[in-house]
Design a protein around this ligand. Structure first.
Ligand code: ZN
Length: 191
């Protein structure tokens, strides 16, 4: 029994998606769906900690700063998340846009390590990356011009993804989040 568990763990470890996989997906999305978006400052992607409710985030990292400071917590959104399946749970850098005098080093997209496991459909991860790319395009946590007052103003993220032809990612995410919410509410997923 113990050995079997060990083998199962080993198998899932070997199947883990890594940062290179994430970067491949980012490049694919940029090329295929976000071709017209100005890359005004460098963009990076990586897995972060195992977050159960915050699936993605984008923040602006200035030279020499590598900590998570500057992101906004979304903990207060938790009860709403349990009731509704709208949008993705994420954070944006508290400093949404830049003053002209500031030079950013890069925008960093962080994806929950929970999505490294291959039992989470790849399209769900692609949705989350697309979601963060919309923020980048709309000038939140990037040096692009800010287009909206709030990052999720009036459903702008999903509308943007849809207009760019990524509706299948929205569908995959909605389907997955529905099941995920059920498991959370049933207490089967560890929080
Ligand atoms: Zn968002």
């Amino acid at each position: 029994m113990y050995c079997k568990d060990l083998l199962v763990n080993l198998k899932s470890f070997l199947n883990m998606r890594d940062n290179r996989w994430l970067d491949e997906k980012l490049q694919y999305l940029l090329k295929t769906y976000f071709g017209g978006v100005a890359i005004t400052n460098p963009l990076e992607i990586r897995f972060g900690r195992e977050a159960k409710f915050r699936f993605g985030s984008i923040k602006l990292v200035k030279k020499g700063i590598t900590s998570g400071r500057g992101t906004t917590s979304i903990t207060s959104y938790l009860p709403r998340f349990l009731l509704k399946a709208r949008g993705t749970r994420d954070t944006l850098g508290a400093r949404g846009t830049l003053k002209a005098s500031e030079t950013p080093a890069k925008s960093v997209i962080t994806i929950t390590r929970m999505f490294a496991r291959d039992d989470v459909p790849a399209d769900v991860v692609l949705y989350t990356i697309s979601h963060e790319l919309c923020h980048y395009a709309h000038g939140f946590s990037s040096s692009n011009k800010r287009l909206f007052r709030h990052p999720h103003h009036g459903g702008v993220v999903n509308r943007e993804i849809k207009e760019r032809g990524g509706e299948k990612y929205i569908d995959a995410y909605k389907k997955w989040i529905k099941e995920y919410r059920k498991r959370i509410l049933a207490g089967r997923a560890k929080i």
